[in-house]
Ligand binder design. Structure first.
Ligand SMILES: [Fe+2]
Length: 151
């Protein structure tokens, strides 16, 4: 287990992330509403459903609770797709040795965590910084199948 790694920026071609099945794109978040590059990714990967969530104290109902929930280790039956439209935050994913890799995400970063990978999300130390996340899943109701991992 242990603490997460030092936060690292996801390079476009990270062998380590690829081995884990994590995909990463850098896009222009200011034109997310009309971005051919994003459209192409969505088409090719069949990312149809979409929602936008704003993670700030005043915009997100039950902020403290939600933040705790995001940071609980869990996995899904479908890919988890996150596109940061504003602000920043961390995704932690388990590597092959079960150590946490901390991925620093900022505006314009889009990441896909494969189905079945253990992960969690947290806002970074700039607490209160608006993490406006755009969320796509292949499914309208992403299923959390496990909130905690067996020790
Ligand atoms: Fe998740």
């Amino acid at each position: 287990n242990g603490p997460p790694s030092q936060p690292r920026r996801p390079p476009k071609n990270s062998k380590q992330l690829r081995r884990l099945g994590v995909l990463y794109w850098k896009l222009d978040a200011d034109k997310y509403e009309n971005d051919p590059e994003l459209e192409k990714i969505r088409r090719e990967r069949n990312y149809s459903w979409m929602d936008i969530i704003t993670i700030t104290r005043d915009k997100l109902p039950n902020y403290e609770e939600k933040i705790k929930m995001f940071y609980e280790e869990h996995l899904h039956l479908d890919d988890e797709i996150r596109y940061i439209l504003d602000g920043s935050g961390y995704f932690d994913v388990r590597d092959a040795e079960d150590k946490w890799i901390r991925i620093a995400m900022e505006k314009g970063d889009m990441i896909t965590l494969p189905a079945g990978i253990y992960h969690r999300f947290t806002v970074d130390e700039k607490v209160g910084a608006p993490a406006r996340l755009q969320v796509w899943t292949p499914d309208a109701a992403p299923a959390v199948v496990s909130a905690t991992r067996a020790a």
